[in-house]
Write a protein that binds this ligand. Sequence first.
Ligand code: KIV
Length: 270
Amino acid sequence: MSVARRTGAITPRDISAAKGSTPLVCLTAYTTPVARLVDPDCDVVLVGDSVGMVLHGLSSTLGVTLEMMIMHGKAVRRGLERALMVVDMPFGSYEEGPEQAMRNAARLMAETECAAVKIEGGETMAETIRFLSERGVPVMAHVGLTPQAVNALGGYRVQGKGLEAERIRRDALAVAEAGAFSVVLEKVPETLARRITEDVAIPTIGIGASPACDGQILVVDDMLGMFTDFRPKFVKRYAELAKQAETAVKSYAQEVRERRFPAPEHVFGE
Ligand code: KIV
């Protein structure tokens, strides 16, 4: 049975158990209304640190703070009934070591009531992932393109081509062995995604990583077409909401200027 057909809140264990079955459906959300919208169809809702770029206009995720993640996490919590809620640990909140990560993960879980956190990084984060997992913090790992390392990686390019593939594979194996309950593979070639998915015991969740993965995740604003100027190859647009909104705003402006809005049906009588 797919995770999506079960009733009640989905747990990290349900996600682990879904390895190799019906693909896992995952989206981001940052607000209560969007969380309500995606909850019935998603297995996992991620409060991603992409919130910094998507909603706050930052040029990368590096300026996102723990307080921002807590605020958006609380908002998403109010909109979810069944999907598993995962909150991203922002840059600078976990890299110093297991104790710092534990302190901040505990704060995220206590204040947002999320059931799991996500951490970027492979082999170097394995010790931290093990520390958290053994202390009641389910961890979704994230390897391949890790946006918080954009400066070190030299941009948002595909990771794991040629000789790099083995490093990414080792990263995925290390986080799985350390106890992560699932792992996001971002922007890696299909052959590598397939190999990792076959080699690790936990579900792989792809973004720009082919259908070979055990599940897929997208930034909800990207797949809804909320941006007219951002069209990465790995995003399929299921709607063109930015275009629709632009047309709606133009119509409103014109009708106000021509005194056609408000019309009689929008006006209160005595
Ligand atoms: O921050 C984010 O939204 C993410 C994913 C889309 C995987 O990390």
